[in-house]
Design a protein around this ligand. Structure first.
Ligand SMILES: Nc1ncnc2c1ncn2[C@@H]1O[C@H](COP(=O)(O)OP(=O)(O)OP(=O)(O)O)[C@@H](O)[C@H]1O
Length: 395
């Protein structure tokens, strides 16, 4: 078995192919070692980020996959095929490539740019036109508005989307992206990242993504390889593992002193971490609610409707007098879906100045997170996660 492939990832997943680097080195003619003896597997259908300081060999690694740079030694497998033995031109048609300044042809319209690879592959005109239309919708461009413009007539973010559309045109199994979002401002970059994640959820390509920005890496990566000089992989792990358990001082330094905060964004809510406050129902009498609150020693209760959905909350103070819970309950604005990250839960708590945030499955109430349980959840999220270090990558 290949020790470098995550167990849940088959070599092919939904048409995506794994990429395997085996003992790959690149020594440039002047003797500079770009990458040395690299063993790395990019799982099929996953987005793997190569991150590291300038000059550590990220771009060299990526460009060897589509043979813009020829490896000095080693093998690179795309699915079962050895790319080092393939025809580079044919190979590049199987591999989408997106670079920092997009590389769109300046004297061709966006439509023509996006259709480049299908045209090279000899598709007929109708099929190309349909595909271009489909892709522009997919990446959030309006074909009627943008299709006949030239690249300089688009914003940086729109150009970037056009670059992604072009890379996906012939439905490649692999996408290589070299700092694709770094030429746009931070707000546009975040939007492009979110859009791109939605796109990837739909297309499920094997993506190798180069960045020097650790924030970007943890935001978009399924897995991250942190590299140091000479293409050495210091750690290969999920964002949560990387932030929770940096393998060594280099990685800890690279991910930053605020890694605890960053980890909030990549840690999901585990139902086991939720607190279960006392629960009362809209139709209950306030006298019953008071006794529930007193017997549990709590100062407030969650109010549910007859279907178990969140209605609001009831404080001990408002539970005085006669009447029903429904008449005294307050609306609960501080809630998040169970798919939310701990960061979203925390932000929601702060936004509503609430001491807790409800977690819902659809409308169904699951429990609450308080600052204490949120902290405990963050700690627990790393307890079971064993670090995957460079040592574990060696086949
Ligand atoms: N054509 C070349 N000739 C000689 N050395 C090169 C060549 N291309 C890259 N290098 C060297 O190889 C090493 C790795 O470069 P590479 O471009 O892969 O780094 P990188 O991690 O992508 O850097 P950056 O984040 O700055 O783009 C560097 O030391 C670089 O100077």
């Amino acid at each position: 078995m290949d020790a470098t492939a995550p167990p849940h990832s088959p070599a092919r997943a939904g048409g995506a192919e794994a990429i395997r680097l085996e003992g790959v080195s690149k020594v440039y003619p002047d003797g500079t070692v770009g990458v040395q003896e690299l063993d790395l597997t990019f799982a099929a259908g996953e987005l793997t980020v190569l991150v590291g300081p300038s000059g550590c060999g990220k771009t060299t690694t990526m460009k060897m996959i589509n043979r813009i740079i020829e490896p000095t030694t080693g093998r690179i497998l795309l699915g079962e095929d050895d790319v080092t033995a393939a025809d580079p031109v044919k190979l590049r048609r199987r591999i989408g490539y997106v670079i920092q300044n997009v590389g769109l042809f300046p004297h061709q319209t966006i439509r023509v740019n996006v259709g480049t690879v299908p045209r090279l592959l000899g598709w007929d005109k109708r099929r190309i036109a349909d595909r271009v239309e489909e892709l522009m919708v997919l990446v959030g461009l309006d074909a009627d508005v943008h299709g006949d413009r030239y690249p300089h007539q688009l914003s940086g973010g729109q150009r970037q989307r056009a670059g992604v559309a072009r890379a996906l045109a012939a439905d490649p199994t692999v996408l290589l992206m070299d700092e694709p979002f770094s030429a746009v401002d931070p707000i546009v970059r975040e939007r492009l990242q979110s859009e791109f994640l939605r796109l990837q959820a739909a297309v499920g390509k094997t993506i190798v993504f180069v960045t020097h920005d650790i924030e970007e890496a943890v935001r978009i990566g399924d897995r991250i390889a942190v590299m140091s000089e000479g293409g050495r992989v210091e750690q290969f792990a999920t964002p949560a593992e990387l932030l929770g358990r940096p393998a060594n001082a280099f990685v800890a330094d690279f991910v930053g002193a605020d890694r605890g905060l960053k980890r909030l964004a990549v840690t999901g809510i585990d139902v086991a971490d939720l607190e279960r406050p006392p629960v009362v129902h809209v139709a209950d009498g306030l006298a019953d609610a008071r006794s529930t609150l007193r017997s549990s020693g709590a100062r407030w209760a969650v109010v549910l409707d007859d279907d178990g959905n969140l209605h609001g909350w009831l404080s001990l103070e408002r539970a005085e007098g006669a009447g029903t819970v429904g008449s005294a309950a307050r609306r609960m604005e501080a809630w998040v879906p169970r798919e939310a990250s701990l960061k979203t839960a925390f932000a929601t708590m702060l936004q509503h100045e609430a001491g807790w945030v409800a977690v819902l499955d659809g409308e169904h109430f699951l429990g609450v997170l308080t600052p204490e349980s949120l902290h405990a959840a963050l700690r627990r999220s790393i307890e079971g996660a064993a670090p995957e270090t460079a040592g574990a990558l060696l086949a």
